[in-house]
Design a protein around this ligand. Structure first.
Ligand SMILES: C[S@@+](CC[C@H](N)C(=O)[O-])C[C@H]1O[C@@H](n2cnc3c(N)ncnc32)[C@H](O)[C@@H]1O
Length: 245
């Protein structure tokens, strides 16, 4: 019998899914940095079929529905699935799915878009995930994802958290997140070098279409002026768009 290791994502987010849903709604790194950056890469979603892979509490699912997209959303954390389902009702299909597993619910060439913001950091090897994304995208369909920036993550872990780290390795870390209330969730994730972002993507056959090292929106400044300045000096996230030929 194969006993499957529980995904890091589920271990992380089942600790505080409701708090995440409430706080990330307005938290600057989510609402004023990740969200506008990812949306800026999503041209023309109206009337398209979109997979929100790792939907969390459904911020993007809701936005996509408002744009007139047909959405299938999935997440490995049961409570995140419930929260998104409660928000969107019958307007979207929301399923529990671990991206470590093949996307068995989707036929080849189903989606015009796949979005995967701030999810892949919890997955060690991206090659099988991108291979599945490539399979279920239509020709000319696009993948947009956001993840920890390889330079930003390295600097943060080495110089602010004082961890031993080697830029060239894919390494697993655990850090407490201080801004999501008590008890502080301990979040485990993988840091990786740039080649471990780009080569799995290239290996999937998807073609790199846009590289965004985003700056925070102006609204970030009012909530966290020091963080706003820091994100103008060191990157936090990297956002990529790739297209299926
Ligand atoms: C930081 S939240 C991001 C949520 C949403 N994408 C957003 O940007 O608002 C990360 C989400 O990824 C989900 N996740 C992590 N690992 C996953 C996996 N292996 N399969 C599916 N979902 C996963 C978590 O459960 C969590 O809801």
């Amino acid at each position: 019998m194969i006993i499957k290791k529980t995904s890091l994502g589920e271990q992380n987010y089942s600790q505080f899914a409701d708090r995440y849903a409430e706080i990330a709604k307005t938290k600057p790194h989510n609402a004023d940095y990740n969200f506008p950056a990812v949306v800026s890469l999503l041209t023309d979603v109206t009337g398209t079929t979109v997979l929100d892979a790792g939907c969390g509490p459904g911020f993007f699912t809701q936005w996509l529905l408002e744009q007139g997209a047909n959405v299938i959303a999935c997440d490995v954390t049961e409570r995140m699935v419930e929260i998104t389902q409660e928000k969107v009702g019958h307007r979207a299909t929301v399923i529990r799915h671990d991206l470590y597993d093949p996307l068995e619910f989707a036929a080849n060439e189903t989606f015009d878009w796949i979005i995967c913001p701030l999810v892949l950091d919890y997955i060690e090897d991206w090659s099988p995930v991108f291979a599945e994304f490539a399979r279920v995208l239509k020709s000319k369909g696009k993948l947009v994802f956001a993840a920890g920036h390889p330079v930003g993550d390295y600097l943060w872990l080495k110089y602010r958290q004082n961890y031993q780290t080697n830029y060239f390795d894919v390494e697993e870390f655990a850090t407490p997140w201080k801004r999501f209330g008590e008890p502080q969730p301990v979040i485990r994730f993988f840091r990786r070098p740039l080649n471990q972002i780009l080569n799995p993507l290239i290996g999937s056959g998807l073609l790199l279409d846009d590289v965004l090292e985003p700056l925070p929106a102006q609204s970030f400044k009012d909530k966290d002026p020091a963080g706003y300045v820091k994100l103008h000096q060191e990157p936090g996230f990297i956002c990529l768009r790739a297209v299926k030929p």
